[in-house]
Design a protein around this ligand. Structure first.
Ligand code: ADP
Ligand code: MG
Length: 351
């Protein structure tokens, strides 16, 4: 390739971003996932003047451990942008971090947004990417990106059902001919499960634990079903005794965690059944044949696929590497043949 050709390639290196409630991933065309960090920003308040202290991995270690003047914020926590300024800082930080390796980059950026995001939120996300140096910003709806990443035939005249269980929300969608036929978003996801474990530890063990500890319990021994043989695996958990205020250790079992998670899971399954009830009959018939595809970190919960299979009677599959599925799908959507799936293009003065 000529030097000019190479420069043009670097200059226009396309980028895809999965802006998740728990994790943000960046994919560079031809290079795969180049950044995967928590969607967390630590903000320091200096006598009323706020500034960003850390973003991503570094900020996540601060969650629950900050002194009074520092706040670790998850700006997209519940699937809506709680804080526009912090979200913008986060997007800019991640784009710049990836840029650094490509000093000349001035990319076209494709960002995945939840189906339920408002026009104001979409515009804010787009503006942040433009402010971070994007040449052109396009958006794609999350279920479409998830389905492309999971290898579903979304452009065909056949129904596909995708359930993405993220940190803040569960997105349920039925797709056909490259579009979303039905979608619903539930404010129940990995965070709800973590909260349920925190509450369980308080009420049953009289132990206060933080969100990060609860998340570790969930990923280590969390399960969507009660173990067949007694209590299942166990885990030692450290926290603060609610009665005497001192640090204490408690041993909890897989069975107890399954009980703590059962309410969140039944909410997800109820929403899923409701979605199946309103799907047009032809597409419902396709779903009976092809089943439900699970994506997002929540898909990794042990025996969740089995629980959904049993309650719906439908085949259930888990996407390969569900935590990167949406990001990889957004990356694949950068290719020409997926142009019809993109939402709209930013009006960019440099176009
Ligand atoms: P988002 O797209 O909203 O950022 P992700 O798809 O990245 O969310 O999923 C993050 C969620 O998945 C977190 O709540 C995390 O705790 C959960 N998670 C990650 N691994 C597991 C696991 N092995 N079992 C259960 N939940 C998991
Ligand atoms: Mg996601």
């Amino acid at each position: 390739m000529s030097i000019l050709g190479k420069l043009t390639q670097i200059w226009s290196q396309d980028m895809a971003i999965d802006l998740g409630t728990a994790n943000t991933l960046v994919v560079l065309k031809g290079q795969g996932v180049v950044l995967n960090e928590p969607s967390v920003v630590a903000v320091v308040d200096n006598k009323g003047k706020k500034s960003v202290l850390a973003v991503g991995d570094e900020a996540k270690t601060m969650l629950g451990r900050t002194p009074g003047n520092i706040q670790a914020i998850r700006p997209l926590r519940d699937g809506v942008i709680a804080d526009f300024i912090v979200t913008e800082e986060m997007i800019k930080h991640f784009i710049k971090k990836v840029h650094k390796k490509n000093a000349f980059a001035n990319p076209r950026i494709l960002i995945c947004v939840p189906t339920g995001s408002t026009p104001v939120e979409r515009k804010a996300i787009q503006d942040s990417a433009l402010a971070a140096g994007a040449r052109k910003v396009q958006l794609i709806e999350e279920p479409i990106a998830a389905a492309i990443g999971a290898g579903l035939p979304i452009s065909e005249a056949t129904g596909s059902m995708v359930v993405d269980i993220g940190g803040g929300t569960t997105e349920i969608a039925v797709l056909s001919l490259g579009g979303v036929v039905h979608s619903s978003s539930l404010k129940v996801g990995g965070d709800t499960m973590d909260d349920a474990i925190v509450n369980f530890m308080r009420s049953v063990h009289k132990l206060a634990i933080g969100e990060s500890t609860a998340e570790r319990i969930k990923t280590d021994i969390g399960c969507a079903g009660i173990p067949d043989n007694g209590d299942g695996k166990t885990l030692t958990v450290k926290g603060r005794d609610l009665i005497n205020g001192l640090p204490r250790e408690v041993v909890i079992s897989e069975r107890q965690v399954a009980e703590a998670l059962s309410d969140s899971l039944s909410q997800i399954i109820t929403a899923l059944k409701r979605a199946l009830e309103v799907v047009p009959p032809e597409l419902a018939a396709d779903i009976v044949d092809k089943g439900i595809m699970l994506t997002g970190g929540g898909a990794l919960l042990q025996r969740l696929d089995e629980a959904i299979r049993v309650t719906t009677g439908l085949p259930v599959s888990i996407a390969d590497d569900p935590l990167t599925c949406v990001a990889r799908g957004t990356g694949m959507a950068l290719e020409e043949n997926h142009n019809h799936c993109l939402l709209y293009t930013s009006p960019s003065p440099r176009d």
